[in-house]
Design a protein around this ligand. Structure first.
Ligand code: NAD
Ligand code: IPM
Ligand code: MN
Length: 380
């Protein structure tokens, strides 16, 4: 799990290090769970089943506190979570999230009522998204067999901004303005995180830009990334325009190590890279507050997938892998490695969900992973 290890973390006495204990003195990590919407409600229970098995094998406990927040909560109460929702989440060691979004409610209400406020209030400014080819999972792209990269996405500013508005609604002169916000602090900290990660890997940071077309923010991004990485031993910086990057990811997916990108570019490239690995259903993500002043949040890259929700066919790998990243973050790297090894073994054995060309449902796949983690077979 070295690819997923946040290297800028410093120990504090704060409980977001995940160090708690039950009355008997055993290690217990206290995790807030928001399954959310759509397939989130299918893959989250699947992942919890497997994470509990890994925890039991490694002698610690996971105390799950489920929050029934999301689109149903919105339909009932007109809000995605209660007014004190963020304060309640803050008390936990980590947050485990499924997905948010429903076809009958505007995404501006759902995502900006739950997911985005969590990322921002808890200063989860690094969105870490490892992508690699998994055993037994064919890539739709030739030559991707040894792809192994990590996207470090800026997660709280950039193109995702609340600055702007709509004028002359409904009139011919109607217009919308949205101002991107890039700060020196914001770019520096995410670039530094990418550099430290790369120093422990293959040493290459690819910074994604669009400074030929976006003439204020992107040249600023380039400058600050360059300044941040200057003089760092063992780290090479290359810069690439996002359009060329989209092509190169497909044509040479093994040419990358750590990719650092703005909020929007990192978002788009992570679905692209996930698809190159076989399906966005396998891609995990960690929303990190590296200073550990606040809880970090772990979720798959994919959304609520309304087109397959309720059918029992969702791929739980992205959620499981996000769970492994969470265990790693909570100081349980051996259990994290076990979870990854278990889903890799199941994939390698040819058990796959339909998004990967297989026929297994979520339950069949999850049961196979659970058996690898020591779950007793169900009696006949
Ligand atoms: P999506 O990621 O939900 O689905 C895109 C495609 O990938 C669909 O065809 C879906 O069936 C497939 N897919 C996704 N995850 C899968 C899995 N685990 N197994 C098998 N197939 C899978 O993206 P979308 O359809 O653009 O968005 C649906 C909703 O989710 C929207 O409301 C969107 O805003 C929201 N969304 C939320 C998050 C999040 O909560 N972090 C992320 C992305 C999208
Ligand atoms: C993701 C999602 C979110 C994002 C959406 C749902 C707001 O696509 O986590 O990748 O763009 O951050
Ligand atoms: Mn996305």
């Amino acid at each position: 799990m070295s690819a997923n290890t946040p290297r800028t973390v410093t120990a504090t006495t704060d409980r977001h290090n995940g160090i708690s204990a039950d009355p008997t003195g055993a290690r217990v990590h206290d995790v807030a769970v928001i399954a959310g919407d759509g397939i989130g409600r299918e893959v989250v229970p699947a992942a919890i089943r497997c994470l509990d098995l890994a925890a039991a094998r490694h002698g610690f406990g996971l105390a799950w506190r489920e929050y029934d927040w999301g689109s149903d909560h919105y339909r009932r109460h007109g809000a995605m979570m209660p007014p004190d929702g963020l304060d309640r989440l803050h008390a936990h060691d980590a947050i485990f999230l499924g997905a948010v979004g429903a076809p009958d409610i505007p995404d501006t209400e759902t995502l900006w009522g739950l997911l985005i406020p969590i990322r921002r209030r808890f200063s989860q400014y690094v969105n870490l998204r490892p992508v690699r080819t998994l055993p037994g999972v064919p890539s739709p792209v030739r030559g991707a067999d040894t792809m192994d990269l990590v996207i470090v996405r800026e997660n709280v500013e950039g193109e995702y901004s609340e600055v702007g508005g709509r004028i002359y609604r409904g009139e011919p002169a109607e217009a919308a303005i949205q101002e991107a916000v890039f700060t020196r602090t914001g770019i520096t900290r995410v670039a530094a995180f990418a550099a430290e990660l790369a120093a422990g890997r293959r040493g290459l940071v690819t910074s994604v830009t669009k400074s030929n077309g976006i003439v204020h923010t992107m040249p600023f991004w380039d400058e600050v990334v360059e300044q941040t990485l200057a003089g760092r031993p063992g780290v090479r910086l290359e810069k690439i325009l996002v359009d060329a990057m989209a092509a190169k990811l497909v044509l040479a997916p093994t040419a990358f190590d750590v990719i650092v990108a703005s909020n929007l570019f990192g978002d788009i490239l992570s679905d692209l890279a996930g698809a190159i690995a076989g399906s966005i259903g396998v891609a995990p993500s960690a929303n990190l507050n590296p200073e550990r002043d606040h809880p970090s949040m772990f979720e798959p890259v994919h959304g609520s997938a309304p087109d397959i929700a309720g059918q029992g066919v969702a791929n739980p790998v992205g959620q499981l892998w996000a769970g492994a990243m969470m265990l790693d973050h909570l100081g349980e790297p051996a259990a994290a490695a076990d979870v990854v090894a278990a889903f890799e073994a199941v994939l390698a054995a040819g058990v796959r969900t339909p998004d990967l060309g297989g026929t297994a449902g979520t339950e069949e796949f999850t049961a196979a992973v659970a058996r690898h983690l020591g779950e007793a077979p169900a009696p006949h």
